[in-house]
Design a protein around this ligand. Structure first.
Ligand SMILES: *Cc1c(COP(=O)(O)O)cnc(C)c1O
Length: 400
């Protein structure tokens, strides 16, 4: 129940990768057959991804995962422009927030747009935040903690309008980046419809390999690389290509996008069933978008995402109890585990410190069944009662 943290490799993906570990181990830069065959596989994977996202193949830069992609987008643009102003949302993944914070230390400035109670940014606030020195807007496509799906197409249109006006004023265009790591398995990835200049994707959230990802960078977008060396990836990302990883990433994206409608429908039904049942438990509250909005608006919440606060219960404790029953969930974001900090995403929605610390994220996957959800629903009331009893016992001032 934690597929937003990791997904198992799809057997077909594994099969596609297998030959490149031993038999076809060539370096794509080598000029003999073994190397050329590896280069051809990288090329074909690039073509396949380009076809899926509606880009040109040369606009795909292979990286070692989502974090490297977002870092290349953000530092790449920032270093190319010198100083400047960056706009982002207050509910980004740390892979976006922390590069921007690092740039602030170097003298760049940043605006963190607030979100409404369901996690949506406000387009007129975004427009108002643009300054003459703004260089980049980075907005997460689908949020990893609460599943909010931003309307990237509308943001893209707004940015394009802003840029027409800037063109007339002789100002450089603002570039639009989106972190699509949670989106690639469930949402439209066509870069033209989304209106993005830069898009970050990884394999590990879409039943592909970890440490494999790509950055889409539209023709004309200038980036300074993060990694210098042999000049691979059109000088944008040096280092011997992760051939198996690249092949697996392309295969994983292909499978995800092919089964998208069917799998979304299945997971959405499971999600709505689970949410309805959870909300019948006393003291629960759903964090993130209301699934009811989807009747009129299409997908507003990732089909696999359920984020719930359990009043009076420590999320970490609930997570550990569920683990003992064989159920994996996460509190806040998995990447922040180890810190007792409440989730910045939930706080941005207006949750109190207590509500944020009493929240659990369940994320469904391809193998999730209704029977599994029923098992969780069966064990939860007992665990909650036990946690509340222990809590009352420990924190009663006059306990003997
Ligand atoms: C997982 C994730 C990342 C980081 O990707 P890695 O491949 O782990 O580096 C970035 N953004 C979002 C939204 C994610 O879910």
């Amino acid at each position: 129940m934690d597929h937003a943290a990791a997904t198992p490799l799809d057997p077909q993906v594994k099969k596609s990768m297998d030959p490149f570990f031993v038999a076809q181990f060539g370096n794509p830069s080598s000029l003999y057959g073994l190397g050329k065959r590896a280069a051809l596989e990288v090329k074909n994977s690039r073509l396949n991804i380009a076809k899926i996202i509606g880009s040109r193949p040369q606009e795909i830069i292979f990286t070692a995962g989502g974090t490297e992609s977002t870092n290349l987008a953000i530092f790449g643009v920032a270093r190319n422009m010198g100083k400047g102003h960056i706009i982002t949302s207050s509910i980004e993944h740390h892979a976006v927030l922390n590069p921007i914070k690092a740039l602030e230390q170097e003298g760049y400035s940043a605006t963190y747009l607030p979100v409404d109670a369901q996690g949506f940014i406000n387009l007129s606030e975004l427009k108002k935040a643009v300054r003459p020195d703004t260089i980049l807007i980075s907005i997460i496509y689908a949020n990893n903690e609460i599943g909010t799906v931003q309307h990237l197409g509308r943001i893209g249109k707004l940015v394009s309008g802003v840029n027409s006006e800037r063109g007339r004023q002789g100002l450089a265009p603002v570039l639009f980046h989106s972190d699509a790591c949670q989106a690639a398995g469930a949402l439209d990835m066509n870069v033209n419809r989304l209106g993005v200049d830069l898009l970050s994707v990884n394999g590990s959230k879409i039943y592909g390999p970890k440490q494999a990802g790509f950055l889409y960078a539209k023709t004309g977008v200038k980036l300074r690389p993060l990694v210098y060396g042999g000049g691979q990836e059109n000088n944008m990302r040096s280092g011997t290509e992760n051939v198996a990883g690249v092949v697996g990433l392309a295969k994983a994206l292909e499978i995800s996008q092919k089964n998208l409608t069917k799998e979304n429908k299945r997971q959405t039904a499971l999600r709505n069933f689970f949410i309805a049942k959870l909300l019948k438990i006393k003291g629960t509250k759903l964090n993130g978008p209301d699934p009811k909005l989807e009747r009129a608006n299409g997908i507003v919440r990732l089909p696999n995402n359920i984020n719930i606060s359990f009043k009076g219960v420590e999320g970490e404790a609930l997570m550990l109890y569920l683990d003992a029953y064989g159920v994996c969930v996460s509190t806040g974001s998995a990447c922040a585990t180890g810190s007792a900090e409440p989730s910045h995403v939930l706080l941005s929605l207006g949750a109190t410190q207590n509500e944020a610390q009493s929240s659990i994220r369940f994320t469904l996957g391809r193998s999730t069944t209704k029977k599994q959800l029923e098992y969780v629903l069966k064990i939860l009331p007992g665990i909650l009662a036990e946690l509340r009893r222990v809590d009352n016992f420990l924190f009663q001032p006059n306990v003997k």
